[in-house]
Design a protein around this ligand. Sequence first.
Ligand SMILES: NC(=O)c1ccc[n+]([C@@H]2O[C@H](COP(=O)([O-])OP(=O)(O)OC[C@H]3O[C@@H](n4cnc5c(N)ncnc54)[C@H](OP(=O)(O)O)[C@@H]3O)[C@@H](O)[C@H]2O)c1
Length: 250
Amino acid sequence: MATVRLDSVYPVAASDLTDDALSSLYARADRSESWLRVNFVSSVDGAATVDGVSGGLGGDADHRVFDLLRELCDVVIVGAGTVRAESYGPMRLQQPSADRRVARGLPPHPVFAIVSHGLDLDPASRILTDAPVRPIIITTDAAPRDRRDRLAAVSDIVIAGGDELDPVAMTVALAERGLTQQHCEGGPSLFGTLIAAGVVHELCLTMSPQLVARDAKRIAAGELAHPSELILGHVLVSGNTLLLRYEVAR
Ligand SMILES: NC(=O)c1ccc[n+]([C@@H]2O[C@H](COP(=O)([O-])OP(=O)(O)OC[C@H]3O[C@@H](n4cnc5c(N)ncnc54)[C@H](OP(=O)(O)O)[C@@H]3O)[C@@H](O)[C@H]2O)c1
């Protein structure tokens, strides 16, 4: 994993973090406590996409932390829009990552949970059929029943909410399955809903040294009654890239 240099400048200055040192900055000691972490990459002027995807923003340092966060969690939660836009495949980690998970006492791969209301997901897609662990589809009671029934053949369906997603019900349902370390990779619509419901504990944000302009999406969409305050956890630097970890003030 340590293919790209990362230095910590806050809270403790440290140079060229080893994989173990980096892990200890993100690993949570108490896995019994339910914790929802969200990870995004953004340009300095706030763009979450370039030409409709995030790939143009993330460099090697972002990829190093992106992979680590998957390695540490029980479940990776992704909105269906991001699954479609970013052409997600099955949630299968590289063998070294899977080995490190096993060494930590975790299953080799995290569970993949896809959030969708419309359930426009193909039950024959590789995301579902080639998954190393049976995926979860998180949806609402109002979702189309026929699609839900078809997807139930290849995934566990979790109903969280009636007409709209209930993020509290979602996080509780995952925790009840033993999936307490919850990691969300976006996208902006889902993140907006999660912030509004007050269920996000942590935001990891890579600040990519670019200006994008245009009318690119930001990392969060939707309405918030009040701005959500963040507390800085750490700052990592890799060349011109900043990797920020914030906790949401409670
Ligand atoms: N910069 C980054 O780090 C980053 C990360 C992730 C994504 N992105 C970018 O963000 C863009 C996608 O944005 P997006 O806002 O469409 O992403 P999204 O939140 O992943 O997808 C929206 C879709 O996910 C489902 N969904 C999300 N929130 C829901 C809710 N509260 N209730 C029910 N279903 C919900 C719905 O799926 P159905 O339509 O199936 O009902 C909805 O249409 C892409 O261009 C992607 O590249 C960037």
